[in-house]
Ligand binder design. Structure first.
Ligand code: HEM
Length: 442
């Protein structure tokens, strides 16, 4: 950072054990995030945190600066390096961690199956998966929505990505990705990323074993899908995509993008469903109105409820970009190689855009589209979540099916609070405990 325009530098990270705390503070952790929020509240919307293994991290909690970051040229702020820690899990060939123009080339291939008409075709799959999951849910005793939602969204994403629908095959394909997700959410990932960046660590045995299992299952499916006409699932689209040189995508590239979609595509939505159910069950008038839409099939109010949930409880509360050269961010000048971490949840609660920002008021979004840079649960710019429309469609279909076929009571009078466990996805502390009664006997 340059003198004069420096953001206040607040944390000095000492080697070894405090380093791990520092890593979390900067990159992922909720404990860390709460700390960053306190710092932002005290020092203003831009705070600098030098963190060993991550370099300089600048946390940003301001809609104007978020717009500047999201709309910056991709060779000035790097998107792939900005979310670099994800490479440890998705693989370094994943589109998520590529820079331009490769990132956009790969993104274009994945866009059609996650938008437009394709979404309408997923609705019956999502409804059927929700109904059959509900048959297995415990009746009349506490059940964690987060747990059942994870199973459900994994089931749906396997069907959408791989085009398989037979229950045993769906379960078989979901299993190694579930394990990969556990690794992604484990404390090890950011630590390993940082150690790798400072050149200390390379091997990760457990990850290699999971990836071998994924290869055993998925490589034959890729081979089978190559050249097959008439399939609309994501795997077939990837397997038959033509690249600019007239060739196709390699198995390794396809495998990395499949892992990216499988992981990014289910945990965040499951977590959002858990927050959504928690907020709705504690607001009876909202619940009554939602039930009406679940019966009528309309979705305007439901969309507003989901938008408001994502505003208050964005499942993935941060994203990042990295400066290439010296960079002017608002009034600040950042050094080359600075990691800009956008605090999505802080921007979503800007009191200038949202009066009483901490109140749950879905009506805010009735008749108006969310502001593109003050409502950013899906990030923004060239890397804005590619699954945003899909997850809105999935959340609507799951919620409506649940309300049509069951009754849900909150176990506690109090709203959930975020889990204190450090993780890239912020989940409700108790997983949203509810008591479920099916409309018809099981
Ligand atoms: C409520 C659910 C979801 C939330 C809150 C969420 C949130 C996010 C966020 C914050 C980003 C980073 C954007 C940025 O850096 O500007 C992102 C990127 C991404 N998300 Fe999602 N996501 C959700 C669902 C999904 C689903 C269902 C899929 C896939 C089916 C998906 C796939 C991706 C991918 C592939 C990227 C990287 C995009 C790129 O690099 O171009 N997400 N998501």
């Amino acid at each position: 950072m340059l003198a004069g325009m420096r953001p206040p530098s607040l944390l000095t990270v000492k080697p070894l054990s405090p380093m791990f705390g520092g890593l979390y503070a900067a990159a992922y952790g909720l404990g860390g995030q709460a700390l960053v929020h306190r710092l932002v509240a005290h020092y203003g919307p831009v705070v600098s945190l030098p963190v060993l293994g991550f370099g300089n991290v600048v946390a940003v909690a301001d809609a104007t600066l978020a717009k500047q970051v999201f709309t910056e040229k991709p060779d000035v702020l790097l998107g792939g390096e900005g979310v670099g820690p994800a490479a440890a899990i998705y693989g370094r060939r994943s589109m998520f961690v590529q820079e331009e123009p490769e990132h956009l080339r790969r993104r274009r291939i994945l866009t059609p199956p996650l938008h437009g008409q394709a979404l309408a075709e997923y609705v019956p799959i999502i409804e059927a998966a929700t109904r059959s999951a509900m048959h297995t849910w415990p009746v009349g005793r506490p059940m964690r929505i987060l747990g059942v939602a994870r199973e459900l969204t994994l089931d749906v994403i396997v069907q959408v990505i791989f085009g398989v629908h037979e229950p045993a095959a769906v379960r078989r394909l979901g299993r190694p990705y579930k394990e990969l997700l556990e690794l992604a959410l484990s404390d090890e990932t950011p630590v390993r990323y940082a150690l790798r960046r400072v050149g200390v660590l390379r091997m990760w045995g457990r990850l290699a074993r999971v990836n071998r299992r994924i290869d055993e299952l998925v490589l034959p499916l890729i081979a089978e899908a190559r050249g097959e006409r008439g399939r609309a699932d994501v795997l077939a689209i990837l397997a038959n995509a033509t690249t600019e040189d007239g060739g196709g995508l390699s198995d390794n590239v396809i495998r990395a993008d499949l892992s990216t979609l499988m992981l990014a595509g289910h945990e965040t939505t499951a977590t959002t469903l858990a927050w959504l159910v928690d907020l709705v069950l504690h607001h009876p008038q909202v619940l009554a109105r939602l039930r009406g839409e679940a019966e009528s099939g309309q979705t305007e109010y439901t969309q507003a409820v989901i938008n408001e949930t994502l505003r208050l409880r964005p499942a993935a509360p941060i994203t990042g970009r990295m400066t290439v050269g010296r960079y002017r961010l608002g009034d600040y000048t950042l050094d080359p190689g600075t990691r800009i971490v956008l605090l999505l949840d802080a921007v979503n609660r800007d009191p200038l855009t949202y009066p009483d920002p901490n109140e749950f008021r879905p009506e805010r979004f009735l008749g108006q589209r969310p502001h593109p840079y003050a409502w950013i649960p899906f990030g923004g710019g060239l890397k804005r979540c590619i699954g945003a429309s899909f997850s809105m469609c999935e959340l609507t279909a799951m919620l409506h099916t649940m309300l049509r076929h069951g009754d849900f009571q909150p176990v506690s009078d109090r709203l959930e609070t975020p889990s204190s466990r450090a993780a890239p996805v912020v989940v409700p502390r108790h997983g949203t405990l509810v008591s479920f009664t099916p409309s018809l006997p099981h």
